[in-house]
Write a protein that binds this ligand. Structure first.
Ligand code: 4NP
Length: 157
């Protein structure tokens, strides 16, 4: 199974999702069975480390984001990944527009897996530190829901 988290810059929300989700997969004993990555719809931060505020907030919850680097969404992602999860509606629109007709991937909003359908994980980039804590709270909730979903799939496989 392969999961890709997508936001605008790939320096705040999606690397946080990648780090938190990978850490929860590890605790769930599923790290060997699920691959995780993240990217941005924009080319603004290719090759950059995550935002220092995202790194600090994740570190305070025991998750290390420091080795992640920004990359941009590409068409091949629609062939490689089983789940492609946007953080907000703008990300989702971009995903739907780029998605090749043949793609089998589940494309949707990450917060659907927290039982919060059609809700966005707000962009914390221009706000204060509270925004980054909120992002983490939402990502933790959605990660647990996504783990339950993947477990159901893997049990059937
Ligand atoms: P992200 O946040 O999409 O969660 O990584 C942003 C990062 C950078 C910018 C906007 C949002 N920016 O305008 O550079």
């Amino acid at each position: 199974m392969r999961v890709l988290f997508v936001c605008l810059g790939n320096i705040c929300r999606s690397p946080t999702a990648e780090g938190v989700f990978r850490s929860r997969l590890d605790k769930a004993g599923l790290a060997e069975r699920v691959e995780v990555d993240s990217c941005g719809t924009s080319d603004w931060h290719i090759g950059e480390s995550p935002d220092p505020r995202a790194v600090a907030a994740a570190k305070s919850r025991g998750v290390d984001l420091s080795r992640l680097r920004g990359r941009q969404l590409c068409e091949d992602d629609f062939r490689r990944f089983d789940y492609i999860l946007g953080m907000d509606h703008m990300n989702l629109e971009k995903l739907e527009a780029m998605r090749p007709a043949k793609s089998q991937a589940h494309v949707g909003l990450f917060l659907d897996f927290a039982g919060r359908s059609d809700e966005a994980i707000p962009d914390p980039y221009t706000g204060d530190d509270r925004g980054f804590e909120k992002v983490l709270d939402l990502i933790e909730a959605a990660s647990d829901g996504l783990i339950d979903e993947l477990r159901r799939h893997l049990d059937r496989a």
